[in-house]
Design a protein around this ligand. Structure first.
Ligand code: CA2
Length: 144
């Protein structure tokens, strides 16, 4: 099974600022954690991060026919991006939305997710373990 993990804007700053909200783990150690988890479960994983909406759209399109599942933390694009919603709908690859923080207990604008409608699940407020839970959910769903 091949899983694509996508992170949106500013998630490369993890561990550098706002540790009270996003924790102390760096982006590099998050990727290492996901990679190790997938290796232990014999899952192929490709992790990418971009600050640009179009990159995320391109990568979602690339997943069509080449990945079996997507884990996405779109960062702030969660609350604004119809383009990401449309891309996910177009490819129809099973997708889990992840948020490190509990978006529902923060500012009102973070409660809206444009892409939630195209996802099989949303995991929010579980810290970076949420990414591993998302991987497990996709693997379980595909019978692995
Ligand atoms: O909780 C999440 O994972 C979010 O997707 C993170 C986004 C935020 O806009 C969403 O509402 C919730 C922001 C990512 C920014 O990450 C930073 C990490 C360290 C320092 C500054 C920003």
């Amino acid at each position: 099974m091949k899983i694509l993990v996508l992170n949106g804007p500013n998630l490369n700053m993890l561990g550098i600022r706002e540790p009270d909200i996003y924790g102390r783990e760096t982006y590099a150690s998050l990727i290492e954690k996901i990679t190790e988890h997938c290796k232990a479960k014999q899952l192929d994983v490709d992790c990418r991060q971009s600050n640009h909406e179009g990159d995320l759209v391109d990568w979602i399109q690339e997943a069509y026919g080449s990945f079996d599942g997507i884990v996405i933390n779109p960062g702030a694009y969660t609350h604004t991006s119809v383009a990401i919603l449309d891309a996910l709908k177009a490819v129809s690859v099973p997708t889990v939305e992840v948020h490190i923080s509990d978006v529902d207990s923060r500012e009102e604008f973070r409660r809206t997710s444009y892409l939630r409608a195209a996802c099989i699940a949303t995991i929010s407020g579980r810290g970076t373990d949420g990414y591993l839970e998302a991987v497990d959910l996709l693997a379980k769903r595909s019978g692995k």
